[in-house]
Design a protein around this ligand. Structure first.
Ligand code: HEM
Ligand SMILES: *[C@@H]1O[C@H](CO)[C@@H](O)[C@H](O)[C@H]1NC(C)=O
Ligand SMILES: *[C@@H]1O[C@H](CO)[C@@H](O)[C@H](O)[C@H]1NC(C)=O
Ligand SMILES: *[C@@H]1O[C@H](CO)[C@@H](O)[C@H](O)[C@H]1NC(C)=O
Ligand SMILES: *[C@@H]1O[C@H](CO)[C@@H](O)[C@H](O)[C@H]1NC(C)=O
Ligand SMILES: *[C@@H]1O[C@H](CO)[C@@H](O)[C@H](O)[C@H]1NC(C)=O
Length: 316
């Protein structure tokens, strides 16, 4: 595959189709008059949270992703309630960091009340979460908050770790972010034992030393909420080890390992995995651009939506 084609096909965050829906009316200086200290206030809160718990960086990045892929980046993921996206399968017992977002929001409100959206807070927090350990980018701002959650949409639009590459590229998903953060037995247990017909074990694709360690962590009928790092070679660093891992059969999630090892990967994603595994700078550049694209998915702008007072509920 030609290099340009690779980048066009950049599965890293392949959001091309959704980008058609995106608009460029977001700006980096949206709050420069209405909330000049915004970036400083958010940065401080994010750094505090990461100091308390390193994993929170990964959790905040994932929240922005799970927000943007359901009804666009509109903070719908933050809405509480039984019909909220929090209770959809891909988020339940898995998406986290809501309390940190509350703390950021309240610090922002103290500094400038009623002007900054929760959707923008998620976008800034995601950037700041990666910044210390990986690439950075200028965050586009001006999103407003949605008025509805979409639980069905969260079920349908967020990818499962068992999905084939075909389905993942169909859903325009990204995975390079799995260079840090954690995953639970629930999401890779299918690789360790013959749990189901449809998800045949692919332990042959997994480094045997990992298989035995993982079987100890996640015994059959054991506690599926136990977690392990997505990247065993550099747990907290945001680096290209994730791609080296895939080349070495050390990808924790089946959907990740498929990007290198599946039959479809040979003509599609394998060459990109190899490229990033050898070229961390290129990975950083592409990841940063992908994050900007992801943040552009269907934002509410102008007078659409609202600026929520509390990120968990729409204004009454
Ligand atoms: C093919 C697409 C993707 C699939 C199938 C997928 C699946 C998963 C799964 C199953 C987990 C573990 C969750 C758990 O056990 O609690 C996870 C964690 C994570 N994902 Fe993804 N993901 C995808 C794309 C992305 C993208 C695009 C991003 C960010 C831009 C992302 C960021 C993360 C992060 C940072 C974590 C760790 C979260 C934490 O430690 O709290 N993922 N993902
Ligand atoms: C989400 O998916 C789960 C499992 O497939 C299903 O039980 C649930 O009814 C779905 N919820 C919605 C709102 O689509
Ligand atoms: C919810 O998400 C689904 C799938 O993305 C979409 O088809 C549907 O229109 C959304 N519903 C609402 C009310 O936004
Ligand atoms: C891919 O999506 C199709 C259509 O939604 C579904 O029938 C199939 O089971 C999915 N495959 C995997 C591996 O998830
Ligand atoms: C899964 O089942 C197959 C035969 O159906 C067997 O060869 C294989 O060893 C089993 N794998 C595990 C991890 O139990
Ligand atoms: C990752 O860790 C394993 C086990 O310690 C080691 O064998 C392998 O060489 C490491 N890979 C990289 C790319 O550092």
């Amino acid at each position: 595959m030609k290099n340009s084609a690779n980048i066009g096909f950049a599965w890293l965050i392949t959001i091309s189709m959704l980008c058609l829906l995106a608009n460029s009316q977001l700006t980096t200086n949206f709050y420069s008059k209405s909330c000049p200290n915004l970036l400083t206030v958010v940065r401080k809160q994010v750094m505090n949270a990461i100091k308390t718990e390193t994993r929170m960086a990964a959790s905040l990045l994932r929240l922005h992703f799970h927000d943007c892929f359901v009804n666009g980046c509109d903070a719908s993921v933050l809405l509480d309630g039984s019909e909220g996206e929090k209770t959809a399968l891909p988020n339940l017992n898995s998406a986290r960091g809501y309390e940190v977002v509350d703390a950021i929001k309240s610090a922002v409100e103290s500094s400038c009340s009623g002007v900054v959206s929760c959707a923008d807070i998620l976008a800034i927090a995601a950037r700041d979460s990666v910044l210390l350990v990986g690439p950075s980018w200028r965050v586009l701002l001006g999103r407003r908050d949605g008025l509805v959650a979409n639980k069905t949409g969260a079920n349908l639009s967020l990818p499962a770790p068992f999905e084939s590459i075909g389905n993942i590229t169909l859903k325009f998903q990204a995975v390079g972010a799995h260079t840090f953060g954690f995953a639970s037995c629930a999401t890779f247990g299918n690789r360790l034992f013959n749990f189901s017909e449809t998800n045949a074990p692919d332990s042959t694709l997994l480094d045997p030393s990992m298989v035995s360690d993982l079987q100890n962590l996640c015994p059959a009928n054991g506690d599926i909420s136990r977690i392990t790092p997505l990247d065993w070679n550099s747990t907290d660093l945001f680096d290209n080890h994730y791609f080296q891992n895939l080349v070495n059969g050390r990808g924790l999630l089946e959907s990740d390992q498929f990007l290198y090892s599946s039959d479809q990967a040979i003509s599609t994603t394998r060459s990109i995995v190899e490229l990033y595994s050898q070229n961390p700078q290129l990975f950083f550049i592409d990841f940063a651009n992908s994050m900007i694209k992801m943040g552009n998915i269907q934002p509410l702008i102008g007078s659409a939506g609202e600026i929520r007072n509390n990120c968990r509920v729409i204004n009454s």
